[in-house]
Design a binder for this molecule. Structure first.
Ligand code: NAP
Ligand code: MG
Length: 473
Protein backbone atom coordinates (compact mmCIF):
# COMPACT_ATOMS: atom_id res chain seq x y z
CA UNK A 1 0.00 0.00 0.00
CA UNK A 2 1.20 3.46 -0.83
CA UNK A 3 0.32 6.68 0.95
CA UNK A 4 -1.63 9.58 -0.44
CA UNK A 5 -1.07 13.17 0.60
CA UNK A 6 -4.25 14.50 2.22
CA UNK A 7 -6.45 16.38 -0.26
CA UNK A 8 -9.17 17.99 1.81
CA UNK A 9 -11.90 20.04 0.17
CA UNK A 10 -12.11 23.54 1.64
CA UNK A 11 -15.03 24.35 3.93
CA UNK A 12 -14.79 28.03 3.02
CA UNK A 13 -17.35 27.65 0.28
CA UNK A 14 -20.00 27.08 2.97
CA UNK A 15 -21.36 30.02 4.89
CA UNK A 16 -22.35 28.27 8.13
CA UNK A 17 -24.61 30.29 10.38
CA UNK A 18 -24.63 29.72 14.12
CA UNK A 19 -28.40 29.23 14.14
CA UNK A 20 -31.09 28.35 11.63
CA UNK A 21 -34.85 28.97 11.65
CA UNK A 22 -37.78 27.25 9.98
CA UNK A 23 -38.67 28.06 6.38
CA UNK A 24 -42.34 28.98 6.27
CA UNK A 25 -44.15 30.98 3.59
CA UNK A 26 -40.88 31.98 1.95
CA UNK A 27 -39.32 33.37 5.16
CA UNK A 28 -36.90 32.04 7.73
CA UNK A 29 -38.70 32.27 11.07
CA UNK A 30 -38.08 31.19 14.67
CA UNK A 31 -39.49 27.92 15.89
CA UNK A 32 -41.43 27.75 19.14
CA UNK A 33 -39.85 24.46 20.27
CA UNK A 34 -36.45 24.10 21.96
CA UNK A 35 -33.67 24.44 19.36
CA UNK A 36 -31.36 21.44 18.83
CA UNK A 37 -27.74 21.12 17.75
CA UNK A 38 -26.56 19.40 14.61
CA UNK A 39 -23.03 18.01 14.70
CA UNK A 40 -20.36 16.98 12.27
CA UNK A 41 -20.18 13.22 12.93
CA UNK A 42 -16.55 13.08 11.80
CA UNK A 43 -15.40 15.46 14.55
CA UNK A 44 -18.34 15.75 16.98
CA UNK A 45 -18.08 19.53 16.51
CA UNK A 46 -21.39 21.39 16.73
CA UNK A 47 -22.14 22.92 13.35
CA UNK A 48 -25.20 24.97 14.23
CA UNK A 49 -28.32 25.32 16.33
CA UNK A 50 -31.51 24.55 14.49
CA UNK A 51 -35.10 25.52 15.32
CA UNK A 52 -37.63 22.94 16.42
CA UNK A 53 -41.07 23.25 14.86
CA UNK A 54 -43.87 22.72 17.37
CA UNK A 55 -47.26 21.53 16.18
CA UNK A 56 -48.34 25.19 16.00
CA UNK A 57 -45.40 25.92 13.70
CA UNK A 58 -46.29 22.89 11.59
CA UNK A 59 -49.83 24.25 11.41
CA UNK A 60 -48.53 27.61 10.16
CA UNK A 61 -46.47 25.80 7.53
CA UNK A 62 -49.46 23.74 6.38
CA UNK A 63 -51.62 26.88 6.18
CA UNK A 64 -48.95 28.60 4.09
CA UNK A 65 -48.78 25.56 1.81
CA UNK A 66 -52.58 25.49 1.53
CA UNK A 67 -52.71 29.14 0.54
CA UNK A 68 -49.89 28.68 -1.98
CA UNK A 69 -51.62 25.62 -3.45
CA UNK A 70 -54.30 27.85 -4.99
CA UNK A 71 -51.68 29.86 -6.85
CA UNK A 72 -49.28 27.04 -7.70
CA UNK A 73 -51.81 24.51 -8.95
CA UNK A 74 -53.43 27.16 -11.14
CA UNK A 75 -50.17 27.88 -12.98
CA UNK A 76 -49.84 26.23 -16.37
CA UNK A 77 -47.47 23.23 -16.24
CA UNK A 78 -44.97 25.04 -18.44
CA UNK A 79 -44.75 27.85 -15.85
CA UNK A 80 -44.18 25.43 -12.98
CA UNK A 81 -41.51 23.79 -15.13
CA UNK A 82 -39.64 27.08 -15.41
CA UNK A 83 -39.29 27.27 -11.63
CA UNK A 84 -38.13 23.67 -11.41
CA UNK A 85 -35.56 24.21 -14.18
CA UNK A 86 -34.36 27.31 -12.37
CA UNK A 87 -33.98 25.38 -9.11
CA UNK A 88 -32.09 22.62 -10.95
CA UNK A 89 -29.69 25.12 -12.46
CA UNK A 90 -29.06 26.87 -9.14
CA UNK A 91 -28.34 23.46 -7.58
CA UNK A 92 -25.69 22.95 -10.25
CA UNK A 93 -24.27 26.41 -9.72
CA UNK A 94 -24.09 25.88 -5.95
CA UNK A 95 -23.10 22.22 -6.23
CA UNK A 96 -19.81 22.56 -4.38
CA UNK A 97 -21.42 24.40 -1.49
CA UNK A 98 -24.18 21.78 -1.24
CA UNK A 99 -21.70 18.89 -1.41
CA UNK A 100 -19.42 20.29 1.29
CA UNK A 101 -22.35 21.07 3.59
CA UNK A 102 -23.83 17.60 3.03
CA UNK A 103 -20.51 15.96 3.93
CA UNK A 104 -20.09 18.17 7.00
CA UNK A 105 -23.54 17.46 8.40
CA UNK A 106 -23.87 13.83 7.35
CA UNK A 107 -20.30 12.44 7.39
CA UNK A 108 -20.38 11.01 3.88
CA UNK A 109 -17.24 11.25 1.71
CA UNK A 110 -17.04 14.36 -0.47
CA UNK A 111 -16.32 12.06 -3.42
CA UNK A 112 -19.88 10.77 -3.05
CA UNK A 113 -21.71 13.98 -2.15
CA UNK A 114 -19.92 15.76 -5.00
CA UNK A 115 -20.15 13.03 -7.66
CA UNK A 116 -23.33 11.16 -6.73
CA UNK A 117 -25.74 12.94 -4.37
CA UNK A 118 -25.69 16.48 -5.72
CA UNK A 119 -25.62 15.61 -9.45
CA UNK A 120 -28.56 13.25 -8.88
CA UNK A 121 -30.42 15.97 -6.97
CA UNK A 122 -30.06 18.35 -9.93
CA UNK A 123 -31.00 15.53 -12.31
CA UNK A 124 -34.25 14.90 -10.42
CA UNK A 125 -35.30 18.52 -10.67
CA UNK A 126 -34.43 18.65 -14.39
CA UNK A 127 -36.27 15.39 -14.98
CA UNK A 128 -39.50 16.39 -13.22
CA UNK A 129 -39.35 19.88 -14.69
CA UNK A 130 -39.67 18.09 -18.01
CA UNK A 131 -42.88 16.33 -16.95
CA UNK A 132 -44.67 19.37 -15.50
CA UNK A 133 -46.34 20.33 -18.80
CA UNK A 134 -46.69 16.77 -20.10
CA UNK A 135 -48.87 15.14 -17.45
CA UNK A 136 -51.62 14.50 -19.95
CA UNK A 137 -49.13 12.98 -22.36
CA UNK A 138 -47.85 10.85 -19.48
CA UNK A 139 -51.29 9.23 -19.41
CA UNK A 140 -52.79 11.11 -16.48
CA UNK A 141 -55.47 12.90 -18.51
CA UNK A 142 -56.63 15.96 -16.64
CA UNK A 143 -55.74 14.44 -13.25
CA UNK A 144 -55.56 17.04 -10.48
CA UNK A 145 -52.80 17.52 -7.91
CA UNK A 146 -53.65 16.37 -4.40
CA UNK A 147 -53.02 19.57 -2.44
CA UNK A 148 -50.56 19.83 0.45
CA UNK A 149 -47.97 17.05 0.70
CA UNK A 150 -46.45 16.32 4.12
CA UNK A 151 -43.04 14.73 3.59
CA UNK A 152 -40.69 13.19 6.14
CA UNK A 153 -37.19 12.02 5.19
CA UNK A 154 -34.19 10.27 6.80
CA UNK A 155 -30.54 11.28 7.25
CA UNK A 156 -28.73 8.96 4.86
CA UNK A 157 -29.26 11.01 1.67
CA UNK A 158 -30.63 14.26 3.10
CA UNK A 159 -30.64 16.30 -0.09
CA UNK A 160 -31.34 13.44 -2.48
CA UNK A 161 -34.37 12.26 -0.50
CA UNK A 162 -35.59 15.86 -0.45
CA UNK A 163 -35.28 15.98 -4.24
CA UNK A 164 -37.12 12.66 -4.65
CA UNK A 165 -39.97 14.09 -2.61
CA UNK A 166 -40.17 17.73 -3.67
CA UNK A 167 -39.50 17.55 -7.44
CA UNK A 168 -42.44 15.30 -8.44
CA UNK A 169 -44.78 16.96 -5.92
CA UNK A 170 -44.16 20.42 -7.37
CA UNK A 171 -44.21 19.22 -10.97
CA UNK A 172 -47.74 17.91 -10.43
CA UNK A 173 -48.92 21.16 -8.82
CA UNK A 174 -48.83 20.24 -5.13
CA UNK A 175 -47.22 22.31 -2.39
CA UNK A 176 -45.11 20.76 0.37
CA UNK A 177 -44.20 20.80 4.04
CA UNK A 178 -41.03 18.76 4.48
CA UNK A 179 -39.31 17.61 7.64
CA UNK A 180 -35.65 16.64 7.28
CA UNK A 181 -33.98 14.29 9.76
CA UNK A 182 -32.83 15.75 13.06
CA UNK A 183 -29.15 14.90 12.46
CA UNK A 184 -29.00 16.34 8.92
CA UNK A 185 -31.16 19.46 8.56
CA UNK A 186 -28.63 21.84 7.00
CA UNK A 187 -28.80 21.09 3.29
CA UNK A 188 -32.61 21.25 3.39
CA UNK A 189 -32.27 24.77 4.80
CA UNK A 190 -29.76 25.65 2.09
CA UNK A 191 -32.29 24.30 -0.38
CA UNK A 192 -34.85 26.67 1.14
CA UNK A 193 -32.46 29.51 0.32
CA UNK A 194 -32.27 28.18 -3.26
CA UNK A 195 -36.09 28.31 -3.46
CA UNK A 196 -35.92 31.98 -2.48
CA UNK A 197 -33.19 32.60 -5.01
CA UNK A 198 -35.38 30.98 -7.68
CA UNK A 199 -38.28 33.29 -6.69
CA UNK A 200 -40.48 30.30 -6.00
CA UNK A 201 -43.83 31.68 -4.79
CA UNK A 202 -43.90 31.78 -0.95
CA UNK A 203 -45.47 28.75 0.70
CA UNK A 204 -44.91 26.34 -2.18
CA UNK A 205 -42.02 24.76 -0.25
CA UNK A 206 -41.91 24.88 3.56
CA UNK A 207 -39.18 23.22 5.64
CA UNK A 208 -39.91 22.39 9.28
CA UNK A 209 -36.98 21.06 11.28
CA UNK A 210 -37.17 19.07 14.49
CA UNK A 211 -37.22 15.52 15.80
CA UNK A 212 -39.72 12.69 15.38
CA UNK A 213 -42.47 14.68 17.10
CA UNK A 214 -42.33 17.34 14.39
CA UNK A 215 -42.59 14.60 11.79
CA UNK A 216 -45.58 13.13 13.61
CA UNK A 217 -47.27 16.56 13.62
CA UNK A 218 -46.79 16.87 9.85
CA UNK A 219 -48.21 13.42 9.23
CA UNK A 220 -51.20 13.89 11.53
CA UNK A 221 -52.13 17.40 10.37
CA UNK A 222 -55.77 17.28 9.18
CA UNK A 223 -55.17 19.62 6.25
CA UNK A 224 -52.40 17.50 4.71
CA UNK A 225 -53.68 15.57 1.67
CA UNK A 226 -50.73 13.34 0.98
CA UNK A 227 -48.06 11.81 3.18
CA UNK A 228 -44.74 10.67 1.76
CA UNK A 229 -42.32 9.00 4.14
CA UNK A 230 -38.87 7.53 3.77
CA UNK A 231 -37.35 5.94 6.83
CA UNK A 232 -37.49 2.87 9.01
CA UNK A 233 -40.13 0.18 8.73
CA UNK A 234 -40.89 0.73 12.42
CA UNK A 235 -41.82 4.41 12.00
CA UNK A 236 -43.51 3.55 8.69
CA UNK A 237 -45.91 1.32 10.62
CA UNK A 238 -46.75 4.12 13.05
CA UNK A 239 -47.42 6.47 10.15
CA UNK A 240 -49.59 3.94 8.32
CA UNK A 241 -51.69 3.68 11.48
CA UNK A 242 -51.99 7.47 11.82
CA UNK A 243 -53.03 7.89 8.21
CA UNK A 244 -55.42 4.91 8.06
CA UNK A 245 -59.01 5.99 7.43
CA UNK A 246 -58.19 9.68 6.92
CA UNK A 247 -58.37 9.62 3.12
CA UNK A 248 -54.79 10.90 2.88
CA UNK A 249 -52.80 9.33 0.09
CA UNK A 250 -49.70 7.55 1.39
CA UNK A 251 -46.37 6.30 0.05
CA UNK A 252 -43.81 4.55 2.25
CA UNK A 253 -40.18 3.90 1.33
CA UNK A 254 -38.78 1.77 4.12
CA UNK A 255 -35.90 -0.52 4.96
CA UNK A 256 -34.16 -3.27 3.05
CA UNK A 257 -31.84 -6.25 3.27
CA UNK A 258 -30.82 -6.77 -0.34
CA UNK A 259 -29.11 -9.84 -1.72
CA UNK A 260 -26.19 -9.33 -4.09
CA UNK A 261 -25.99 -12.66 -5.92
CA UNK A 262 -22.76 -13.73 -7.61
CA UNK A 263 -22.74 -16.75 -9.95
CA UNK A 264 -19.62 -18.73 -10.76
CA UNK A 265 -19.44 -17.38 -14.31
CA UNK A 266 -19.37 -13.72 -13.19
CA UNK A 267 -16.33 -11.55 -13.86
CA UNK A 268 -14.78 -11.67 -10.40
CA UNK A 269 -13.01 -8.30 -10.38
CA UNK A 270 -16.12 -6.46 -11.56
CA UNK A 271 -18.24 -8.34 -9.06
CA UNK A 272 -15.87 -7.34 -6.26
CA UNK A 273 -16.22 -3.67 -7.24
CA UNK A 274 -19.99 -4.10 -7.31
CA UNK A 275 -20.03 -5.76 -3.90
CA UNK A 276 -17.90 -2.95 -2.44
CA UNK A 277 -20.11 -0.31 -4.02
CA UNK A 278 -23.17 -2.25 -2.88
CA UNK A 279 -22.40 -2.24 0.82
CA UNK A 280 -19.67 0.32 1.52
CA UNK A 281 -21.14 3.20 -0.50
CA UNK A 282 -22.32 5.84 1.99
CA UNK A 283 -21.00 3.69 4.90
CA UNK A 284 -23.77 1.20 4.11
CA UNK A 285 -26.38 3.77 5.19
CA UNK A 286 -28.38 2.83 2.14
CA UNK A 287 -31.87 1.31 2.19
CA UNK A 288 -31.10 -0.72 -0.94
CA UNK A 289 -27.55 -1.67 0.17
CA UNK A 290 -26.35 -5.11 -0.93
CA UNK A 291 -25.96 -6.20 2.67
CA UNK A 292 -26.25 -9.94 1.98
CA UNK A 293 -23.71 -11.38 -0.42
CA UNK A 294 -24.92 -14.67 -1.89
CA UNK A 295 -21.96 -16.31 -3.59
CA UNK A 296 -22.03 -19.54 -5.55
CA UNK A 297 -20.20 -22.12 -3.47
CA UNK A 298 -17.69 -23.10 -6.17
CA UNK A 299 -16.14 -19.60 -6.31
CA UNK A 300 -16.51 -18.67 -2.67
CA UNK A 301 -12.83 -18.95 -1.83
CA UNK A 302 -11.57 -17.03 -4.85
CA UNK A 303 -14.18 -14.29 -4.48
CA UNK A 304 -13.67 -13.79 -0.77
CA UNK A 305 -9.89 -13.61 -1.17
CA UNK A 306 -10.29 -10.93 -3.86
CA UNK A 307 -12.86 -9.07 -1.77
CA UNK A 308 -10.64 -9.04 1.32
CA UNK A 309 -7.72 -7.76 -0.74
CA UNK A 310 -9.92 -4.97 -2.06
CA UNK A 311 -11.26 -4.05 1.39
CA UNK A 312 -7.67 -3.64 2.53
CA UNK A 313 -7.32 -0.73 0.08
CA UNK A 314 -10.38 1.24 1.23
CA UNK A 315 -9.49 4.52 2.89
CA UNK A 316 -11.50 5.49 5.93
CA UNK A 317 -11.31 8.97 7.43
CA UNK A 318 -11.95 12.67 6.89
CA UNK A 319 -15.12 12.91 4.77
CA UNK A 320 -13.86 16.14 3.20
CA UNK A 321 -10.69 14.43 1.93
CA UNK A 322 -11.09 13.62 -1.76
CA UNK A 323 -9.25 10.30 -1.26
CA UNK A 324 -11.69 9.04 1.33
CA UNK A 325 -13.81 6.00 0.49
CA UNK A 326 -15.52 5.50 3.85
CA UNK A 327 -16.63 8.43 5.95
CA UNK A 328 -18.17 8.75 9.39
CA UNK A 329 -21.22 6.95 10.77
CA UNK A 330 -23.97 9.55 10.93
CA UNK A 331 -24.64 9.54 14.67
CA UNK A 332 -23.67 7.98 17.99
CA UNK A 333 -27.06 6.20 18.02
CA UNK A 334 -26.49 4.65 14.62
CA UNK A 335 -22.96 3.61 15.60
CA UNK A 336 -24.34 1.92 18.73
CA UNK A 337 -26.88 0.05 16.60
CA UNK A 338 -24.20 -1.18 14.17
CA UNK A 339 -22.00 -2.29 17.08
CA UNK A 340 -24.85 -4.08 18.80
CA UNK A 341 -25.89 -6.01 15.69
CA UNK A 342 -22.29 -6.86 14.79
CA UNK A 343 -21.57 -8.14 18.30
CA UNK A 344 -24.74 -10.18 18.08
CA UNK A 345 -23.54 -11.65 14.78
CA UNK A 346 -20.36 -12.79 16.47
CA UNK A 347 -22.11 -14.26 19.49
CA UNK A 348 -24.51 -16.15 17.21
CA UNK A 349 -21.52 -17.85 15.62
CA UNK A 350 -20.76 -16.00 12.39
CA UNK A 351 -17.10 -15.23 11.73
CA UNK A 352 -16.18 -11.55 11.76
CA UNK A 353 -13.39 -9.97 9.73
CA UNK A 354 -12.19 -6.41 9.10
CA UNK A 355 -9.07 -5.20 7.30
CA UNK A 356 -6.37 -3.46 9.34
CA UNK A 357 -7.87 -0.01 9.64
CA UNK A 358 -7.07 2.85 11.96
CA UNK A 359 -10.10 4.71 13.28
CA UNK A 360 -9.83 8.44 14.04
CA UNK A 361 -9.94 9.30 17.75
CA UNK A 362 -12.88 11.70 17.56
CA UNK A 363 -16.16 11.17 15.78
CA UNK A 364 -18.24 8.08 14.95
CA UNK A 365 -16.50 5.37 12.95
CA UNK A 366 -16.92 1.72 12.06
CA UNK A 367 -14.47 -0.31 9.95
CA UNK A 368 -15.62 -2.20 6.85
CA UNK A 369 -16.71 -5.56 8.19
CA UNK A 370 -17.40 -9.00 6.70
CA UNK A 371 -19.28 -11.86 8.28
CA UNK A 372 -18.69 -15.33 6.83
CA UNK A 373 -20.24 -18.61 7.86
CA UNK A 374 -23.59 -16.82 8.08
CA UNK A 375 -26.77 -18.88 8.35
CA UNK A 376 -30.12 -17.54 7.17
CA UNK A 377 -31.36 -17.48 10.75
CA UNK A 378 -28.52 -15.26 12.02
CA UNK A 379 -29.46 -11.70 12.96
CA UNK A 380 -26.82 -10.33 10.57
CA UNK A 381 -28.69 -12.04 7.73
CA UNK A 382 -32.13 -10.89 8.85
CA UNK A 383 -31.91 -7.44 10.39
CA UNK A 384 -31.12 -4.26 8.56
CA UNK A 385 -27.79 -3.09 10.03
CA UNK A 386 -27.57 0.13 7.99
CA UNK A 387 -23.80 0.23 8.29
CA UNK A 388 -20.62 -0.99 6.53
CA UNK A 389 -21.26 -4.63 7.39
CA UNK A 390 -21.60 -7.42 4.82
CA UNK A 391 -22.96 -10.91 5.54
CA UNK A 392 -21.77 -13.67 3.24
CA UNK A 393 -23.95 -16.69 2.48
CA UNK A 394 -23.48 -19.35 -0.19
CA UNK A 395 -25.71 -21.20 -2.66
CA UNK A 396 -25.35 -23.98 -5.22
CA UNK A 397 -28.21 -23.55 -7.72
CA UNK A 398 -30.13 -20.58 -9.13
CA UNK A 399 -33.28 -21.83 -7.41
CA UNK A 400 -31.50 -21.88 -4.06
CA UNK A 401 -30.20 -18.36 -4.70
CA UNK A 402 -33.74 -17.13 -5.34
CA UNK A 403 -35.08 -18.84 -2.26
CA UNK A 404 -32.40 -17.39 -0.01
CA UNK A 405 -32.61 -13.94 -1.57
CA UNK A 406 -36.37 -13.84 -1.00
CA UNK A 407 -36.10 -15.17 2.54
CA UNK A 408 -36.46 -11.75 4.14
CA UNK A 409 -39.35 -9.57 5.23
CA UNK A 410 -37.95 -6.84 2.95
CA UNK A 411 -37.99 -6.49 -0.82
CA UNK A 412 -36.35 -3.32 -2.03
CA UNK A 413 -33.51 -4.36 -4.32
CA UNK A 414 -31.23 -7.17 -5.49
CA UNK A 415 -28.14 -7.65 -7.63
CA UNK A 416 -27.31 -10.49 -10.03
CA UNK A 417 -23.81 -11.11 -11.38
CA UNK A 418 -23.52 -13.55 -14.28
CA UNK A 419 -22.38 -13.75 -17.91
CA UNK A 420 -25.72 -15.14 -19.04
CA UNK A 421 -28.50 -12.77 -20.05
CA UNK A 422 -31.10 -15.51 -19.89
CA UNK A 423 -30.18 -16.22 -16.29
CA UNK A 424 -30.48 -12.54 -15.39
CA UNK A 425 -34.04 -12.52 -16.75
CA UNK A 426 -34.89 -15.80 -15.02
CA UNK A 427 -33.66 -14.41 -11.72
CA UNK A 428 -35.30 -11.01 -12.15
CA UNK A 429 -38.67 -12.73 -12.71
CA UNK A 430 -38.39 -14.53 -9.41
CA UNK A 431 -36.72 -12.04 -7.09
CA UNK A 432 -39.25 -10.23 -4.91
CA UNK A 433 -37.55 -6.87 -5.09
CA UNK A 434 -38.55 -3.50 -6.49
CA UNK A 435 -35.22 -3.02 -8.29
CA UNK A 436 -32.96 -5.73 -9.68
CA UNK A 437 -29.54 -4.65 -10.92
CA UNK A 438 -27.59 -6.89 -13.30
CA UNK A 439 -23.79 -6.78 -13.26
CA UNK A 440 -23.92 -3.49 -11.43
CA UNK A 441 -25.31 -2.15 -8.14
CA UNK A 442 -26.61 1.06 -6.57
CA UNK A 443 -27.24 2.73 -9.92
CA UNK A 444 -29.84 5.49 -9.74
CA UNK A 445 -31.48 7.49 -12.45
CA UNK A 446 -34.41 9.89 -12.12
CA UNK A 447 -36.14 8.17 -15.05
CA UNK A 448 -36.18 4.83 -13.26
CA UNK A 449 -38.86 4.09 -10.66
CA UNK A 450 -37.66 2.97 -7.23
CA UNK A 451 -39.61 1.36 -4.40
CA UNK A 452 -40.28 -1.77 -2.45
CA UNK A 453 -42.23 -4.97 -1.92
CA UNK A 454 -43.41 -6.34 1.42
CA UNK A 455 -41.98 -4.52 4.48
CA UNK A 456 -39.89 -2.27 2.27
CA UNK A 457 -43.01 -0.22 1.66
CA UNK A 458 -45.22 0.72 -1.27
CA UNK A 459 -45.43 3.36 -3.95
CA UNK A 460 -42.74 4.30 -6.46
CA UNK A 461 -40.47 7.31 -6.61
CA UNK A 462 -38.75 8.35 -9.83
CA UNK A 463 -39.81 8.00 -13.41
CA UNK A 464 -43.31 8.47 -14.76
CA UNK A 465 -44.51 6.20 -11.92
CA UNK A 466 -43.30 8.79 -9.43
CA UNK A 467 -45.91 11.27 -10.69
CA UNK A 468 -48.75 8.93 -9.79
CA UNK A 469 -48.17 9.43 -6.08
CA UNK A 470 -48.92 13.15 -6.43
CA UNK A 471 -51.99 13.08 -8.66
CA UNK A 472 -55.58 12.03 -8.18
CA UNK A 473 -55.75 9.11 -10.53
P1 NAP B 1 -36.52 6.85 11.02
O1 NAP B 1 -36.11 6.78 12.41
O2 NAP B 1 -37.75 6.14 10.59
O3 NAP B 1 -36.62 8.40 10.66
C1 NAP B 1 -37.03 8.87 9.40
C2 NAP B 1 -37.67 10.24 9.58
O4 NAP B 1 -38.88 10.12 10.32
C3 NAP B 1 -36.82 11.22 10.35
O5 NAP B 1 -37.02 12.51 9.82
C4 NAP B 1 -37.40 11.10 11.75
O6 NAP B 1 -37.13 12.20 12.57
C5 NAP B 1 -38.87 10.98 11.45
N1 NAP B 1 -39.69 10.38 12.50
C6 NAP B 1 -39.31 9.66 13.59
N2 NAP B 1 -40.39 9.27 14.29
C7 NAP B 1 -41.49 9.74 13.65
C8 NAP B 1 -42.89 9.64 13.86
N3 NAP B 1 -43.40 8.97 14.89
N4 NAP B 1 -43.72 10.23 12.98
C9 NAP B 1 -43.24 10.89 11.91
N5 NAP B 1 -41.92 11.03 11.65
C10 NAP B 1 -41.05 10.43 12.49
O7 NAP B 1 -35.41 6.30 10.05
P2 NAP B 1 -33.86 6.62 10.11
O8 NAP B 1 -33.25 5.70 11.09
O9 NAP B 1 -33.63 8.05 10.21
O10 NAP B 1 -33.47 6.22 8.62
C11 NAP B 1 -33.00 4.97 8.28
C12 NAP B 1 -34.10 4.11 7.68
O11 NAP B 1 -34.59 4.68 6.46
C13 NAP B 1 -33.59 2.76 7.28
O12 NAP B 1 -34.45 1.75 7.72
C14 NAP B 1 -33.57 2.80 5.76
O13 NAP B 1 -33.65 1.57 5.14
C15 NAP B 1 -34.68 3.69 5.46
N6 NAP B 1 -34.54 4.30 4.14
C16 NAP B 1 -35.37 3.88 3.13
C17 NAP B 1 -35.26 4.40 1.86
C18 NAP B 1 -36.17 3.95 0.75
O14 NAP B 1 -36.25 4.62 -0.27
N7 NAP B 1 -36.87 2.85 0.90
C19 NAP B 1 -34.30 5.38 1.60
C20 NAP B 1 -33.46 5.79 2.64
C21 NAP B 1 -33.61 5.23 3.91
P3 NAP B 1 -35.73 12.19 13.41
O15 NAP B 1 -34.68 12.48 12.44
O16 NAP B 1 -35.84 13.27 14.38
O17 NAP B 1 -35.62 10.86 14.05
MG1 MG C 1 -25.34 16.37 11.55
Amino acid sequence: MFEYAPAPESRDVVDLKSSYGLFINGEFVDGSGTPFKTVNPATEETLAEVATASSDDVDRAVQAARKAFGVWSALPGAERAKYLFRIARIIQERARELAVLESLDNGKPIRESRDVDVPLVAAHFFYYAGWADKLEYAGFGSAKPLGVAGQVIPWNFPLLMLAWKIAPALACGNTVVLKPAETTPLTALLFADICRQADLPPGVVNIVTGAGETGAAVVAHPDVNKVAFTGSTEVGRIIARTVAGTGKKLTLELGGKAANIVFDDAAVDQAVEGIVNGIFFNQGHVCCAGSRLLVQESIQEELLAALKRRLGTLRLGDPLDKNTDIGAINSAEQLAKIRRLSDLGESEGAERWSPACELPGKGFWFPPTLFTGVAQSHSVAREEIFGPVLSVLTFRTPAEAVEKANNTPYGLSAGVWTEKGSRILWMADRLRAGVVWANTFNKFDPASPFGGFKESGFGREGGRHGLEAYLEV
